[in-house]
Design a binder for this molecule. Structure first.
Ligand code: NAI
Length: 214
């Protein structure tokens, strides 16, 4: 139904937070929650929550609140975590290996099928049964393994070249950790993660709070 054309990015960016809080509630065997209670724990206003969820047809019932399990699964479906994503990581250095070793990604359907690198000393090593392969076999591997997502963890200077290779293999979703803005065709989705931007927000807020005390 072309949800992405209608739903604002601000709402989309809030959904993972709902998903995480609902999972915590489920883990605590809480089956039902009012929008006021959800608002108290999640920090969005009750009206914001109702508005957000109404974008998808609404899930609550007047006087009952939300069925936690149903809402968790519905939001998961909207986010697409009910599918599996065959993923590759390009750049098997510190960050690439850390991501490959993080088993919780599998819980949201993100399955790392291989890592790729240009460093001969890394090629052939396995991490949690996943092999680091030579970047030269990228295209062949992608064609044979129905790969949906690629993660870029190479150094900045090689990231654009790697992105071009990924796109040429037919992958159109990239999770980019390299500190550079990638140029890709319009049909290719890039989600950037820049921890340093978050850190600089923290340093700004810290600096401001210290200045306020002075
Ligand atoms: P690293 O130097 O340990 O790993 C980079 C790996 O990429 C190396 O193994 C290298 O051989 C490989 N590589 C380089 N060119 C390649 C190519 N064309 N094809 C395949 N592999 C290639 O670096 P580290 O610490 O793992 O960082 C990786 C990237 O992630 C850097 O760009 C760094 O700035 C970035 N980074 C981003 C963060 C974020 O929050 N977005 C946090 C930490 C690092």
């Amino acid at each position: 139904m072309g949800e992405k054309n209608k739903i604002s990015m601000a709402v989309i960016r809030r959904l993972p937070k709902y998903h995480r809080y609902l999972k915590d509630l489920l883990d605590r065997d809480i089956t039902r929650i009012s929008s006021k209670e959800l608002s108290d724990i999640i920090g969005f206003t009750a009206s914001q929550i109702r508005q957000d969820l109404n974008n998808f047809g609404g899930f609550g019932q007047q006087g009952y609140g939300y069925n936690v399990e149903e809402l968790y699964h519905e939001i998961g479906k909207i986010l697409g975590v009910d599918r599996g994503y065959n993923t590759i990581i390009i750049g098997a250095g510190n960050l690439g290996q850390a991501l490959a070793n993080y088993s919780n990604f599998e819980k949201v359907g993100f399955h790392v099928k291989a890592l790729f690198d240009i460093n001969p000393r890394l090629i052939g090593i396995t991490l949690r049964d996943v092999e680091i392969k030579d970047i030269d076999v990228l295209e062949e591997f992608v064609n044979q393994n129905n790969i949906n997502l690629a993660v870029i963890c190479t150094n900045k200077d090689n990231a654009q070249d790697v992105a071009d290779k990924i796109v040429n293999c037919g992958i159109n979703a990239i999770w980019n950790f390299a500190p550079t803005d990638l140029r890709v065709p319009e049909n290719v989705i890039v989600e950037n993660v820049h921890l340093i931007e978050s850190l600089l927000t923290l340093t700004y807020l810290y600096k401001t709070s210290v200045e306020d005390e002075d």
